[in-house]
Design a protein around this ligand. Structure first.
Ligand code: 0X9
Ligand code: ZN
Length: 304
């Protein structure tokens, strides 16, 4: 099949590409169905492992349906891990085990292609007239502790209870099953050009124990990210940097498993195009983001 980063792709194209990677690199790539969706789709990802005994990195993409550059960037990084000749990329590819899920919210992602380009949430019915829970307000750590809504029609609806959505529930079970192997968790959103450190619940005590270390790593990562195109990122705690937002995936991973290196990206841009980032920006976004991931892993290694 043919796959490229000059366009955004439908879910079936992304999944066919993941399947093709497993066929092409059978010793290295394993397709994993991590979870499922309200409309009965799979949440598909891959494990990439060149040898045993590596620390683990989890890449989460596409939890918010309209943030199309997130799956595009995550698949770009995956492709570079498998095909790049650059020593720094070969180094991170081979010396970490990668768990990569480009589309955490497949029903929403498809809905943004067929019906409403700016849909954010899942697609489960939530009232007589409304659909969708914010899948980044539905995880069970400090659930509904600020920055989420009880209104089933709202964009930041937290759901009737933590893990009410099959997407977050099934993926949380999968992540739990591999949690002892995960040292780095990176979630990719758009937009705003931020590199965020947990937690997002209403304070006080929403700094993680290694906040200063993550701040140092994050600032170096943002510097690497700027090298190719001058793209500027702001680094900091979620609440300090954007707003209170509880029930996010990265907060749950960090709060539950104490995963030492946990960041949430808000990728390009700062609002000119917003969620509608033109496809020609995918490759530069992927390149600069990968540069920052290299730095996170190099600088983070002594801390895992
Ligand atoms: O509000 C969000 O979920 C994220 N911003 S977005 O514009 N992409 O919706 C920020 C997520 C902050 N992360 C955590 N609270 N863990
Ligand atoms: Zn988002």
């Amino acid at each position: 099949g043919h796959f490229s980063w000059s366009d955004y792709h439908r879910l079936d194209e992304i999944y066919a590409w993941l399947d093709a990677l497993e066929e092409r690199y059978p010793d290295t790539v394993t397709v994993i169905v991590g979870g499922s969706t309200y409309e009965g789709r799979q949440i598909k990802g891959v494990k990439v492992s060149f040898k045993s005994g590596n620390p683990g990195v989890f890449l989460e993409g596409g939890i918010h349906a309209r943030e199309w550059v997130s799956p595009a960037t995550v698949t770009y990084i995956l492709n570079q891990l498998l095909t790049s000749d650059e020593p720094r990329i070969r180094d991170i590819a081979q010396n970490y085990d990668w768990y990569i899920f480009p589309v955490f919210n497949p029903d929403g992602y498809e809905y943004t292609h067929t019906t409403n380009r700016l849909w954010r949430k899942t697609r489960s019915p939530t009232s007589d007239t409304c659909h969708g829970v914010d899948p980044n307000r539905n995880w069970g750590f400090h659930w509904k502790d600020g920055g989420s809504s009880s209104d089933p029609c709202a964009n930041h609806y937290a759901g009737p209870e933590a893990f009410s959505e099959i997407e977050t529930r099934s993926m949380s079970q999968y992540i739990t099953s591999i949690a002892d192997k995960i040292d780095v968790y990176l979630a990719f959103h758009s937009y705003s050009q931020l590199l965020l450190i947990p937690y997002g619940f209403s304070g006080p005590n929403n700094y993680v124990s290694n906040h200063d270390t993550l701040m140092e790593i994050g600032l170096k990562a943002a510097k690497s990210l700027s090298h190719q195109y001058g793209t500027k990122y702001i680094v900091g705690n979620i609440v300090d940097t954007i707003y209170v937002a509880s029930g996010g995936s990265a907060d749950w991973v960090r709060g539950t498993f104490h995963t030492p290196i946990t960041f949430t990206y808000e990728l390009r841009d700062t609002g000119r195009y917003g969620f509608l980032l033109p496809a020609p920006k995918i490759v530069p976004t992927g390149q600069e983001t990968l540069d920052s991931v290299v730095t996170i892993l190099r600088e983070g290694r002594p801390h895992i």
